[in-house]
Design a protein around this ligand. Structure first.
Ligand code: KG4
Ligand code: ZN
Length: 368
């Protein structure tokens, strides 16, 4: 291929699929990032088990995907033949769902004769803030990303497309997992984060002293298991008895405050480790927590750093972010005068460290 023939933009819309956990999602974006249609189905078969059951999730993705994709095409007013690029979350995540989603996407790409882009799910979270119009003033590189969800809890230096450095991560539970487990101990439903936040509104965040794990330690790793154990100890005297409402609310508020405090402390350290960051982005389901958001906002303001948390529908798992990451990848390869990406031979990767993403662009070194 003559390098001057490489188009700066894909010649039509990109269709993307997300299926790495328990959301079955599809989105279609125009080449400039405008969303033309999107659907997210949060699978409801897991609540009974108190967590995502991988086999149930994979089967549900298989059952739901054709309808979700058709509905998205319908909403966008497009036919399959209008699609110029197909993408899917290809890792990290639950292998069954990844096989279903990326297999579906590869089959579609092959049938349409268009390229397939394998998207790293965490990279998709990391690049969401760059969706056109989402963040006032844009989200130029480099920025600091705090990803806090049920499965992820990490601080990332986002330095460019494919250029990520993990500054710290959890050494035990993810933040959302801690919310879910504590909510379960309090007898709340699953997922527990939103229910716990609601109960905490009736409580006093200073009522019950709780530890602040890793407080002021160097680096920006996280730990939540000590906090969880402390809650279990506070609950032990009640055995199987019903908890007094005010005590449960005070415990929820005190736990939420402890999480917000330790995350803010870790972010202070992460900002020290990344003095060039002009923007702090919070993503993942836990970023919906208003107490945590307020702490992060305050942290950023005191450091003269802008703060943003994408709206909830883009913070939690969705396919818009997958489509956008595919577009960013396309643009980056074009910018580097590389051929457009085509990952049709790539297998799903349940573990896919972000540090590996740079290899996608390493071939540039061999281009004169
Ligand atoms: O990003 P997400 O939808 O899915 C993944 O885990 O990938 O995040 C879900 C997590 C759950 O653990 C849920 O309890 C937590 O985010 N969460 C919250 C809130 N809303 C959702 N945690 C605390 N406060 C909330 N308001
Ligand atoms: Zn996610």
């Amino acid at each position: 291929m003559n390098l001057s023939d490489i188009p700066p933009m894909p010649p039509g819309p990109v269709l993307a699929i997300e299926s790495s956990c328990d959301e079955t999602a599809c989105a279609i974006l125009a080449p400039d990032g405008t969303c033309l249609g999107q659907h997210v189905v949060s699978q409801d078969g897991h609540a009974h088990f108190g967590g995502v059951v991988p086999e149930i999730a994979a089967r549900a993705h298989l059952a739901l995907l054709p309808g979700v994709v058709s509905a998205t095409l319908h909403d966008a007013g497009l036919r399959p033949a209008d699609i110029a690029l197909v993408a899917a979350s290809t890792g990290p995540g639950l292998i069954g769902g990844l096989i279903v989603g990326s297999g579906f996407a590869k089959g579609l790409a092959m049938a349409l004769g268009v390229p397939f882009v394998a998207v790293n799910h965490v990279e998709a979270h990391a690049l969401t803030a760059r969706l056109p119009g989402l963040v006032e003033g844009g989200a130029p590189f480099p920025y600091l990303l705090l990803l806090v969800s049920g499965g992820h809890c990490q601080c990332l230096a986002v330095e460019g497309v494919g250029q990520y450095r993990k500054l710290g991560g959890t050494i035990d539970d993810a933040a959302g997992e801690a919310f879910d487990k504590v909510a379960k101990m309090l007898g709340l439903g699953w997922p527990g984060g939103p229910a716990l936040e609601k109960l905490a509104r009736e409580g006093d965040p200073t009522a019950i002293p709780l530890p602040r794990p890793l407080w002021r330690r160097p680096g920006c790793d996280f730990s939540f298991s000590g906090l969880k154990t402390a809650i279990a100890q506070k609950l032990a005297p009640y055995g199987q008895d019903a908890l007094p409402r005010q005590f449960a609310a005070d415990l929820a508020a005190s736990f939420q405050q402890a999480v917000a405090d330790v995350v803010a402390d870790r972010i202070e350290h992460a900002l020290d480790m990344m003095p060039q960051a002009g923007l702090l982005v919070a993503a993942g389901g836990v970023a919906a927590n208003t107490v945590l958001r307020a702490r992060l906002e305050d942290c950023a303001a005191r450091r003269g750093v802008r703060f943003t948390a994408p709206p909830l529908r883009l913070c939690t798992d969705n396919a818009v972010m997958v489509a956008w990451a595919a577009l960013e990848t396309w643009h980056e390869t074009a910018r580097r005068h590389m051929p457009p990406p085509d990952d049709s031979a790539m297998r799903p990767r349940p573990r896919w460290p972000l540090e590996d993403m740079a290899t996608r662009f390493e071939a540039v070194a061999s281009i004169p």
